[in-house]
Design a protein around this ligand. Structure first.
Ligand SMILES: [Cu+2]
Length: 303
């Protein structure tokens, strides 16, 4: 990474620490999409696609459970009734046409049934609409770069506490300070980034995903989206977040040594907050992205 970028980042971190008090206004934006200790299951769905995916997962669980119970029961019957002791003289016939037709047709019916529900969700995901906001996300070893297409806004996004932001991937007091300055706690360690992708709520967001060096993957579980970023290709995903809040994701394609340290932070804000942030970002002030709250919009408007 460029030395100048590192120096800028270190400087920005210092400034961020000084403005820690104002960052406390962060609390206005709830943290929704993050893993929680000791919990199982999905993060709360924040898009229709995520809801559909989670419903599909639940529906499949019923089908799988029924199949597992059925097959296990058949195995148990065979073990109990047809072992050498219980059935010393085995039947010698082969083939049973009705049964063979049944074990071919029944799985086909099951698959067609599943397909009838999964294909519409797949098409919904993969047919990329025209976005209200289009953002190009580029995966680098090991951080993300974002360009707001047509808006002349571009910035990089590093994990707080990664080597590039003055850490060594351990939660030292200094890193904890950086987290606090950006409005996070140690619970967001390994998830929070120094800059965030800011998007308006209830708007169609298209993310074009690519990789600059190796294959990365842009994923936000609460949105139900994940797309590999392949060097030389431009793939796309889309989402329409229904709830304002902070959502976290991670690079989900093994991309090298620091793969675990290139998380993704998305902040879904009101259109008003987005517009205010975008205006600021155009002046190069995207670093203030963690200050996007009603409170900070007022401050920004008065600047
Ligand atoms: Cu990666």
């Amino acid at each position: 990474m460029r030395l100048s970028t590192v120096m800028t980042r270190v400087a920005m971190t210092g400034i961020a620490s000084l403005t820690a008090a104002s960052a406390m206004a962060q609390e206005a934006l709830p943290i929704i999409g993050q893993p929680i200790d000791g919990k199982l299951g999905f993060q709360p769905a924040a898009t229709k696609i995520a809801r559909d995916l989670q419903w599909l997962d639940g529906m499949l669980l019923y089908i799988i459970t029924a199949i597992v119970i059925f097959v296990t029961a058949l195995l148990l019957i065979v073990i109990v009734r047809y072992n050498q002791r219980a059935n010393p003289k085995p039947a010698s016939f082969t083939h049973n046409s009705p049964l063979e037709v049944a074990w071919t047709v029944v799985p086909i019916v099951v698959l067609v049934f599943i397909g009838a529900f999964s294909l519409p969700v797949l098409f919904e995901e993969q047919e990329i609409p025209v976005g209200d906001v289009t953002i190009k996300a580029t995966g680098y070893q090991w951080y993300w770069g974002y360009e707001y297409v047509g808006e002349d806004v571009a910035f990089e996004s590093y994990m707080i506490g990664a080597p590039a932001t003055g850490g060594d991937n351990t939660l030292t007091p200094a890193v904890e300070e950086q987290l606090a300055a950006a409005g996070y706690t140690r619970d967001q360690w390994l998830l929070a980034t120094d800059t965030a992708v800011i998007v308006p709520v209830d708007k169609t967001i298209v993310i074009q995903v690519t990789g600059a060096d190796v294959i990365h993957s842009w994923k936000i579980p609460a949105f139900g989206v994940m797309q590999d970023g392949v060097p030389g290709r431009l793939a796309a995903l889309w989402f329409k977040a229904e709830k304002e809040g902070i959502y976290f994701g991670q690079c989900s394609e093994l991309c090298g040594q620091l793969h675990a340290y290139m998380p993704i932070t998305v902040k879904v804000v009101s259109q008003e907050a987005y517009d205010a942030w975008l205006a600021k970002a155009k002046t190069g002030d995207y670093q203030l992205s963690h200050l996007v709250t009603d409170e900070t919009i007022k401050v920004a408007a008065n600047d």
